[in-house]
Design a protein around this ligand. Structure first.
Ligand SMILES: *Cc1c(COP(=O)(O)O)cnc(C)c1O
Length: 235
């Protein structure tokens, strides 16, 4: 199947999942997880109607951006971000999904202030409580949201999660429901400089389940671009 055919299928699945949940499909943003797909393939997806690209490595994003890969689409950053690389993204991407510490909030804010802009971010929540994953624990989230008022270069626009790897989409429902509950509960507290607009959850295997739980941003790679071919480890 071509990228265009895959994309049409994913969009149609998104529309069905939204309608089944009584939601308007147009309120759900499809982010194409473009990692390991070169500029030509990214351009192909945008030409076929992909509205937004999400990269998870800074170096790869900068190289593909220099090659004009993202023209005509929004650009988000969805991967783990080291503090010393924040400066490359601020002002270049419209949303950073994966902010996982107050130190990173501070650094993004500092870089944005230097450029005289406000950078939109999401806070990543470690809903599965996995030691191997980054993100705020649900218990630590209120403190991070409270801290947002001190950082005038950022605007917290919502929450993101990557649940544990599951065999079946329905196994992710408890993690998606947890993120939705945190979204609602913390949204009601009306923290300064926090706007609970976006809930980013759901990937190729489970975006429909995530939409059923309220996701309004889904990050889909494989289902659009096909399997990624990771280089073999050195012998
Ligand atoms: C790669 C990636 C995705 C998409 O994964 P697929 O299973 O290929 O759809 C989503 N979110 C993040 C953060 C990713 O790095």
């Amino acid at each position: 199947m071509s990228i265009a055919e895959n994309l049409a299928q994913v969009k149609s699945n998104i529309a069905k999942a939204a309608e089944a949940a009584g939601r308007d499909p147009s309120e759900i943003l499809l982010v194409g997880a473009t990692k390991m797909n070169d500029a030509a393939r990214v351009r192909e997806a945008i030409a076929a109607g992909l509205p937004c690209c999400g990269e998870n490595r800074v170096q790869e994003l900068l190289e593909k951006n220099a090659a004009g890969a993202y023209e005509g689409a929004q650009l988000h950053f969805i991967g783990t971000l080291q503090k010393n690389k924040a400066k490359y993204l601020v002002g270049l991407v419209s949303l950073i999904h994966s902010v996982d510490s107050a130190e990173l909030m501070r650094e993004i804010s500092r870089q944005a202030e230097k450029r005289g802009i406000v950078q939109d971010i999401l806070l990543e929540v470690n809903t599965g409580g996995e030691a191997s994953k980054s993100g705020f624990s649900p218990a630590a989230l209120p403190m991070a949201l409270e801290a947002a008022k001190d950082f005038s270069g950022i605007r917290v626009r919502g929450l993101m999660t990557i649940p544990p790897i599951c065999r079946a989409p329905e196994e992710n429902l408890p993690y998606f429901r947890l993120l939705r509950q945190l979204f609602i509960d913390n949204g009601e507290k009306k923290y300064d400089n926090v706007y609970m607009d976006f809930m980013s959850m759901g990937m190729s295997g489970d975006y429909e389940a995530a939409i059923a739980c309220g996701a309004n941003i889904v990050r889909v790679g494989t289902a659009i671009f096909g399997q990624r071919h990771y280089p073999a480890p050195p012998a």
